[in-house]
Design a binder for this molecule. Structure first.
Ligand code: UDP
Ligand code: MG
Length: 306
């Protein structure tokens, strides 16, 4: 059995050595390879990896020209991984290598996807926990796939699942959704998510929001439908308003110069609904646009030990 570890790295110079010190002893009882995918780091990350790769040919490096994004880096790692089982993890020691043997056991027992599930997330802020909870509930209610709660990109997947993931040509792959969507037999391994070893998260609030939008638009067209319904709803309000105006003008004995508030609220509301609707449509059109351009998903600068 061959084991591949895929680790996307973006400015992680101080994490590589501590990670390898923990990871290598765990995986060395297997036939292993550790694939670092450098996603356009601007610090010493590449040099640190190169030094390690000189002493250990099982450590491999694929380096991108620039930053293409975490998910693309993962896919690139999957493409060159040759293992029968492939583990993806963060470089910052938030995903403990010590649970990998347990993942492999479950894989040997027949599961094809073994998620690392965060048992406690004390280190994450309340804000991150709540928004994540809301997001997964929302996306699961919108789509057919069922992404388990409290799992990230720390998981072991079988060669077959990797084959499926790398056969896709999506430019903004939402991997945890795709993995769940594939429907292979799954299992869980529980762990406590540690604090980041060094540096800070690359997922700012705006990046998380974009990630969430990518997730939703790649798994559901329901937002478009909701937009249509909103259109119908406001149109019926408008229609009722017209009826009321006509009846009021001719039949009701009320002075017909009532205030501007109703008008203002109506205009704002309909304007808002229209903008949201255009925005939703725009999201999907931009997705089509990116796919139609069909540019390469990433450009490779350098390969070491590959
Ligand atoms: N990462 C990457 N490209 C990016 C952002 C992040 O390759 O554009 C890597 C990063 O080096 C880390 C992993 O993806 O190994 C997860 O990122 P991070 O730890 O910042 O996310 P968090 O764990 O805070 O969600
Ligand atoms: Mg992390």
């Amino acid at each position: 059995m061959k084991l591949s570890i895929v680790i996307p790295v973006f400015n992680e110079e101080n994490n590589i050595i501590p990670l390898l010190e923990k990871l290598v002893p765990v995986v060395s009882k297997y036939d292993y390879e550790i694939i670092f995918v450098n996603d356009g780091s601007r610090d010493q990350t590449v040099n640190v990896i190169k030094t390690s790769a000189k002493n250990n040919k099982r450590i491999k490096l694929l380096s991108f020209n620039r930053n293409f994004g975490h998910q693309i880096a993962l896919v690139a790692g999957y493409e060159i991984a040759s293992g029968d089982a492939i583990v993806s993890m963060d470089a910052d020691l938030q995903d403990p290598p010590s649970v990998i043997p347990e993942m492999i056991k479950k894989w040997e027992n027949g599961a094809k996807i073994i998620y690392g599930k965060r048992q406690k997330r004390d280190v994450d802020s309340i804000f991150k926990k709540r928004t994540a909870e809301f997001f997964y509930r929302f996306i699961n209610s919108l789509s057919d796939s069922n992404i388990p709660e409290n799992v990230g990109d720390f998981r072991l997947i079988d060669r077959e699942v990797v084959g499926f993931l790398t056969s896709l040509s999506e430019h903004a792959p939402f991997l945890r959704g795709l993995v769940a969507w594939s429907g292979f037999p799954e299992d869980f391994v529980y762990f406590e998510r540690a604090k980041r070893n060094s540096g800070k998260t690359h997922y700012s609030v705006s990046k998380m929001l974009n990630f969430a939008l990518d997730g939703i638009t790649s798994f559901s067209i329901k937002p478009l439908r909701i937009a249509t319904y909103m259109g119908f709803l406001t149109a019926s309000f408008g229609f009722l308003g017209i009826l009321y105006a006509i009846i009021g003008k001719f039949l009701l004995p009320i002075p017909w110069v009532t205030g501007w508030t109703g008008l203002f609220v109506g205009v704002m509301f309909i304007g808002g609904v229209q903008l949201i609707t255009i925005g939703i449509i725009g999201e999907y059109i931009s997705k089509i646009y990116i796919e139609v351009l069909n540019r390469p998903h990433y450009l490779v600068k350098e390969r070491i030990n590959i």
